[in-house]
Design a protein around this ligand. Sequence first.
Ligand code: GRG
Length: 300
Amino acid sequence: MAGPERRDLGSYLEEKRRIVEAGLEMFLSPGSDEEKRLQEAMRYSVFSGGKRLRPVLAIAAYELAGGRDVDGVLAPACATEFVHTYSLIHDDLPAMDDDAMRRGRPSNHAAYGDALAILAGDALLTLAFGIVAEAESIPFDRRALVVAELAAANGAFGMVGGQAADIAGEGAVPSLEAVEFIHARKTAAPITAAVRIGAIAAGAPRETLDAVSAYGRSIGLAFQITDDLLDVDGTAEGMGKAVGKDLARGKMTYPSVAGLEGARARVGSLIRDAASSLEPFGESAWPLRAIAEFVRDRRH
Ligand code: GRG
């Protein structure tokens, strides 16, 4: 199967991130003077140095599924980043994780106040659905499927449900089952949705969707376990936010049930699973394979 030519991941990521940055800029067009402060709060968090993992995953899955013109995936890809940004803004609020710092600078509510931070998150979430619905370069049926995917992965049975379970589980005796329930919803569901959305935008057949879904579930869980590990062995400087918070809050984390070595071993096996899911695509899946290794080795 033909696919993007193999090169180093750094230059691949740089190229895709440039496309994503331009898309985010285009979709966040300035509003009127009355909305200036809200727009400013939205832009503050969208353009604050995120890795753009989810939109790059969407583009990589789109290309794997035969998508060529980036306009056919740009709105869905940017939608995943707008939803992600909203989740981070709300997660940092005093009523949630209560984080004063994000990506090395004051979190949204610390800069704009709680009310505007809530509204900036709300506006980014609704913007995500709007830009997909209006993406004229994507056939109607695919747009509807992408919207449904975004809604399912991020709602009560996805990210929001995972966040609710995470909060409810604080201080409870952790179990592997409970940790995997939370991680699968809070983190793996939106990451799985990112690759599914890319494949859907390309009109991928069922087998491709199944393969990228399995890949997404594996790297999504691995991503959250590395997040748990970095909260233990990462630095505040490297992470751009406080570390050691999970233990302090009695959070259910993978290291708390499997130990540090157990958690690291699980990440390794999940990344191998992710690579196996892509076997049918051979060399053309190299970007997704390389991104999985990036997730395994990440330090922030
Ligand atoms: C508030 C509805 C709601 C949900 C919150 C995403 C989330 C659920 C909470 C954020 C905190 C957290 C530890 C999430 C899990 C891992 C994660 C999503 C980390 C941040 O993602 P990165 O590393 O962030 O992709 P950047 O900064 O690169 O965009």
